[in-house]
Design a protein around this ligand. Structure first.
Ligand code: GEM
Ligand code: ZN
Length: 383
């Protein structure tokens, strides 16, 4: 007697959840759609939970509106991630036919989570901040508020002595780029380690100013790109409006209060399957000094890890043509300092691919640790 497959229960009403069920009448082939950010047409991030899977059977999930997403070259070569326990995530067979993205799973358990990338939850963020204070020797220097009133902690590692350089690292302005806060966890985990000569040298000359999540509202709502007001925070760094972009207003206020000698803005990229940086070559104040510092950072990090390269990335800005509303360009110009956007892939880093996980939270964390070695190697050259 064949048993009719039972109906699936699909939900996304949780932290960073995003899916719309179009038709789940056939549990072996479900039709879904990604919902746009609440006040913006941007969409790409998805994250949902499925119960009722038939163990041993292959279930297919179709994202029917994939071709209208924000970055439509994002799906070529992309594989969705899945997890049975929200801890161990793996890539699943995925196809894009130019219209819909379809991924499949031969179920090993009756329930599973799917996402665009390994999510970094608000609960994990709260633990990260607690551990940063308890184990990494950080202080919560200030706490900003998002548009919906969520905390935005600014951490400092170091005593704030005026002689020390101020190195700023912010992450996840774009809320769907969850790899960014995984990167910050790597930074903070390395700060826990006592006997680390590279770290000792870095902290002798510099303090670290860290904002692990710039956009908690967008992350919670399962947004790709914007805050709760529909604002792309990485277009809000000139004439910043505290009403529409309180998150950026807070960060800039603190930067002017403490000063900035280096700035890293941590992001994820939907299309380019490599880790890379973008700099300030299009800034009006760009100089040989800053060009040399950018080159120094990139060449050291390239030697530090195979999970970074300088061949692939965004087109360079023409002289004087940078978009000064971006964090990297705006901060680099205001403080005449080394300032970079660092991008990690939603796909994989094709110079060192991992067939099981692709790019992952763990690799993002390791990259954070490697970046601290690069900062240590050049801290005395920053000014
Ligand atoms: C990018 S940053 C784009 C930088 N481009 C150049 N040419 N320097 C953005 O905000 O669009 C970061 C991101 O989206 O991840
Ligand atoms: Zn981004």
């Amino acid at each position: 007697m064949t048993v009719a497959p039972s109906a699936l229960h699909i939900r996304s009403d949780f932290d960073s959840g995003n899916i719309q069920v179009l038709d789940a009448s056939n549990p072996m082939h479900v039709r879904l759609a990604i919902k746009p950010d609440t006040q913006s047409a941007h969409f790409q991030w998805f994250h949902f939970h499925v119960e009722g899977l038939q163990v041993g059977q292959t279930h297919r999930f179709e994202l029917s509106n994939a071709s209208q997403s924000s970055y439509n070259k994002a799906w070529d070569g992309y594989q969705a991630v899945a997890s049975y326990d929200q801890e161990n995530w793996f890539r699943v067979p995925t196809q894009f036919d130019g219209s819909a993205l379809t991924f499949s799973l031969k179920a090993e358990q009756p329930q599973v989570w799917f996402a665009y990338f390994e999510p970094y939850s608000r609960a994990r963020h709260d633990d990260l901040i607690k551990n940063a204070v308890q184990w990494s020797g950080c202080e919560v220097l200030a706490v900003g508020k998002s548009a919906e009133g969520r905390d935005i902690p600014l951490l400092r590692k170091g005593n704030g002595a005026s002689r020390k350089h101020k190195l700023w690292i912010i992450a996840q302005q774009h809320p769907g780029e969850h790899m960014a806060e995984w990167f910050m966890q790597g930074i903070l985990e390395r700060l826990e380690q006592g006997s680390d000569p590279q770290l000792r040298k870095l902290l002798d000359y510099a303090d670290l100013y860290l904002i692990p999540n710039m956009n908690p509202d967008g992350a919670f709502h399962g947004h790709l790109r914007t805050n709760a007001n529909g604002q792309d925070l990485n277009r809000a760094w000139q004439n910043t409006d505290p009403e529409t972009s309180p998150e950026v207003f807070f960060a800039l206020e603190q930067m002017h209060k403490y000063g900035v000698d280096l700035f890293l803005d941590i992001h994820g990229d939907e299309e380019i399957p490599y880790v890379f940086t973008a700099g300030c070559e299009g800034n009006p104040g760009y100089s040989e000094r800053l060009a040399t510092l950018e080159e120094r950072f990139r060449s050291h990090l390239s030697q530090q890890t195979r999970d970074f390269q300088t061949t692939h990335g965004y087109p360079r800005d023409a002289a004087g043509q940078a978009n000064m509303t971006l964090a990297c360009n705006s901060v680099g110009q205001r403080f005449d300092c080394l300032s970079l956007t660092l991008e990690m892939p939603f796909k994989d880093h094709n110079d060192a691919p991992d067939a099981v996980t692709g790019w992952s939270g763990k690799r993002s964390m390791q990259l954070g640790k490697d970046v601290l070695s690069t900062l240590s190697s050049m801290v005395r050259e920053l000014r």
